[in-house]
Design a protein around this ligand. Structure first.
Ligand code: ADP
Ligand code: MG
Length: 616
């Protein structure tokens, strides 16, 4: 048999390797920024066009390259950073594989200009799909400029796979944050389509964080510092009250390299235990220094995962260090022994105003009198919006007995008595149509039995449909604020706000100004309290950013969901009778009363049949 194994030509091998190194424009950004840092740059400029699909350019003032090095740098396994295998265990540079430039040049149009300090002339080199188009001497400042154009021009499948410019820019920005946070001494500029997104002067860690995430971040930061033989830790955690519902500002750096580590993340979460709600995440910016020989960063091609020699000790040290900082800065209660957990206020109630218990006296109550017989049905709610009952009806059809008169579902109001549901006092009004169980469910009766409604999900559904409707009708109802509200945000939050401004306006927000790092709000949707505006916008932005990277389909939908979730009554809230009735009516006027905006069941029905069966 003839030999059939052949060595792949270099450009094919490079294309294959590129698949590992370059997933999307953000991967190129990461590699180029890291190369600039490895070259000892003090100022780095990042220029992006159309989410990096058209152009990604990094300009640095680092070492530069000689003409030979310039050409060699695009060869696979060409690196100046290691020479022998042992060097891998003592790495002080970001790169070491010598793969990035070769990979990038295999799948894009690359143009480089570079010059070492001592030389008169620099080198101008152009490569397209691994082919050198030209190389010539040129006048250029010290350092390197690397422009990557038309990414994946020769791999249409990959190009088509790229997301919208906005989504790609989001990924690039995340990558930029990681690099800029790890190197506060380096000055960074970041331009997108000609606009300056970030201008970060050389500074200390705290100022770098504040410059990226906005002035109001400063008050959130609690310093962390610890020196042990295994690890040096410095950096910041955010105060528990600023914990966010979505993951966002969580950064670990090992020897100034951003890493992801679910295990170490857990150590931080453990340190915050009891201080934040279980569905919120603490923010942190933690810089760990370890002996390079004690870690292996070689296990992942894009190098965000790291293997540690002594993970368990690292975990324990990190957890206690963070705990210590929380205590030292009076963020956590210092003494928490003899704490009766029964006396602790659940978080949901912490910021709630006290609800005055209502006591109603039935002046006409006579214990010796027989229970009144009430006309049946004494009051029914069916008429005002007959059509909407259909949605309720649809859900119940299957559960109804064949002999039920399903034509007329009426909400009866004369069945509830205090004796069945212990602790729930029957109001003395002749008629009640709903009641609340455990401040969680609202129960109401229907002809065939009863409906048990999850109050929070029901309200979410009602609000969600309201917001959706408002935004399609284009004439949202807003309430003017007496005094305009000034709120500050980080640059990227402001960008996000600008992107969703139209939608926010369509659901009732009015902005006088969104610029720089602050916004002025003059009107809010009808259901939003002024005191909640900051919190709600925070939530909207972070949900939007999160969903954006997860590629959800409609922004209006995301925002309506978030608003509904944020504003809905929660489990644990007492609802008076009027609100209960209103909620039930509103719910069954919804298009899809059965499920919450998050696809959870909103109510269940229990038919008389079901109940009868229990008594057999
Ligand atoms: P690695 O960074 O793993 O060494 P790269 O493919 O990213 O591999 O780069 C190859 C080589 O090109 C580097 O080792 C370095 O010598 C040189 N190089 C790349 N970018 C720059 C730059 N911005 N300034 C100076 N030298 C650079
Ligand atoms: Mg590199």
């Amino acid at each position: 048999m003839a030999d059939i194994i052949k060595l792949l030509p270099d450009h094919v091998a490079n294309q294959i390797a590129a698949g590992e190194v370059v997933q999307r424009p953000a991967s190129v950004v990461k590699e180029l920024l890291e190369n600039a840092i490895d070259a000892g740059a003090t100022t780095i400029k990042l220029i992006i066009k159309d989410g990096g699909k058209v152009l990604i350019q990094v300009v640095d003032d680092g070492l530069g390259m000689s003409a030979t090095d310039a050409r060699l740098s695009f060869e696979r396994h060409a690196t100046s950073k290691i020479q022998k295998a042992e060097d891998l265990f003592n790495l002080n540079t970001k790169g070491f594989r010598g793969e990035a430039l070769a990979s990038i040049a295999a799948i894009a149009h690359v143009e480089m200009q570079t010059k070492p300090e001592k030389e008169e002339l620099g080198t101008h080199l152009k490569i397209e799909g691994s082919k050198v188009i030209f190389q010539e001497a040129t006048v250029t400042p010290k350092g390197t400029s690397m422009a990557v154009k038309n990414l994946f021009f020769n791999i249409p499948a990959r190009r088509n796979f790229l997301k919208s410019n906005q989504v790609e820019l989001r990924h690039i920005t995340d990558e930029f944050h990681r690099v800029a946070l790890a190197h506060p001494a380096i000055t960074f500029h970041f331009y997108n389509n000609g606009n300056e997104l970030f201008n970060l002067p050389s500074d200390n860690y705290r100022k770098r964080i504040v410059n990226i995430f906005g002035a109001r971040t400063n008050q959130k930061l609690v310093p962390v510092e610890e020196e042990t033989p295994i690890v040096g830790i410095k950096g910041f955690i955010t105060k528990p009250e600023f914990a966010k519902k979505s993951r966002g500002e969580q950064f670990f750096f090992i020897n100034n390299r951003f890493i992801k580590s679910p295990y170490l993340h857990h150590a931080i979460v453990a340190a915050f235990e009891g201080l934040i709600k279980s569905d919120s995440y603490p923010g942190y910016f933690l810089y760990l220094e370890v002996d390079p020989a004690s870690i292996d960063i070689n296990i992942h091609p894009t190098k965000t995962e790291v293997k540690f020699d002594d993970e368990h000790s690292l975990y324990a040290i990190l957890r206690s260090t963070v705990k210590h900082s929380l205590g030292q800065f009076n963020v956590a209660p210092a003494l928490d022994f003899e704490h009766d957990p029964n006396l602790q206020t659940p978080y949901e109630f912490k910021n709630k105003s006290v609800v005055q218990p209502k006591v109603t006296v039935d002046s006409g109550f006579n214990p010796f009198q027989e229970a009144k017989t009430r006309p049946s049905p004494s009051r029914s709610y069916q008429k005002p919006n007959t059509k909407s009952w259909e949605s309720l009806y649809v859900g119940m059809e299957s559960k109804m007995g064949a002999n039920d008169d399903s034509e007329s579902i009426s909400f009866e109001s004369d069945i509830i008595t205090g004796s069945i549901f212990e602790g729930e006092k029957e109001t003395t009004e002749a008629v009640t149509t709903t009641f609340q169980i455990r401040r969680k469910y609202i129960v109401t009766t229907i002809k065939s039995g009863m409906v048990v409604i999850d109050q929070s999900r029901a309200h979410q559904r009602v609000l969600y449909e309201k917001f959706l409707k408002n935004s399609t009708v284009k004439q949202a109802v807003s309430q003017q604020l007496l005094f305009p509200l000034n709120l500050s945000f980080s640059k990227s939050e402001i960008n996000a706000l600008q992107e969703i401004e139209d939608i926010l306006v369509s659901i009732g927000f009015i902005f006088e100004e969104i610029k720089g790092e602050s916004i002025t709000v003059t009107g809010v949707p009808l259901l939003v309290a002024e005191s909640e505006v900051g919190m709600i916008l925070d939530q909207l932005i972070s949900d939007y950013q999160q969903e954006l990277t997860e590629e959800s389909f409609s922004h209006t939908d995301i925002l309506s969901k978030t608003l509904a979730k944020t504003l809905a009554v929660k489990t644990g809230e007492t609802l008076d009778n009027v609100s209960q009735i209103a909620l039930v009516n509103d719910l069954f006027a919804c298009k899809e009363a059965m499920v919450s905006p998050f696809n959870k069941p909103v109510y269940i029905t229990i038919t008389e049949n079901d109940i009868d069966k229990k008594f057999i």
